[in-house]
Design a protein around this ligand. Sequence first.
Ligand SMILES: [Zn+2]
Length: 271
Amino acid sequence: MSKVILVLSDALRYDVAKDNMGFLGHLVEKKLASLYKITGELPSMSRPMYETIHTGLPSNEHGIVANSIVRLSTRPNIFQSVRSAGKVTAAAAYYWYSELYNRAPYDRVDDKETDDESLNIQHGRFYTEDEYPDVELFASAAHLVRKFSPDYLLLHPMGMDYFGETYGSDTKEYRNHAVHQDSKLAPFIMEWKERGYIIFVTGDHGINKDGAHGGTTPEQRTVPFFVIQPQGGGRGEVDESISHLQIAPTILKLLNVPIPETMKEKPLDFD
Ligand SMILES: [Zn+2]
């Protein structure tokens, strides 16, 4: 049984991650990690994909079909399943996660720092500004790991989305931020591996040169799925496409938590 960290880098596109994230690329090259490709679910929007990734359901089934839908999730999801199994959940994430799994609407004061075992996200550190520095969020996540050893931690930085939407994807600002995220994550990935975590790095959607996402083009929907296991084994670059819908059942299986019937896709197997 493992513990799991999901690094969900908002708007991290597959090709940009592969070309610019050299530490992750190093692990893949040395077959110490695996890199899969995900053709993302639709619409390639944030809140719908947060819910899709955490429920294993397409947006027409979970009902969060637009960013404007502000309500709690009504479907079985990773946080709820892990907490119900008596395990510890945590997130350093955008406030929409608090709205989906803890309380809606978000209260900037009451909900920002949450330590409450009765909530689905028991240890939450949330932010509301898209330009909130990723390095500050990485430190919050690393602190949660050291302090609470959560069984499941979500780390959700907004930097790629912020630079992509501000400057477009075909810019040094967007590409260089992938370099930045990779280099700032590298020491934490080593620490978390040491602590026995399996780490996934993926995106909710991509982004195009206009700085937009929501549509169906490969730029807007193709994201990476890096798998870093604590014992270090990996398959390198895997010529295999997987689905966003497989992430939730995969995480629950790794945590030895019962997979709800609603999560119908097959969990990934890394052995
Ligand atoms: Zn997003």
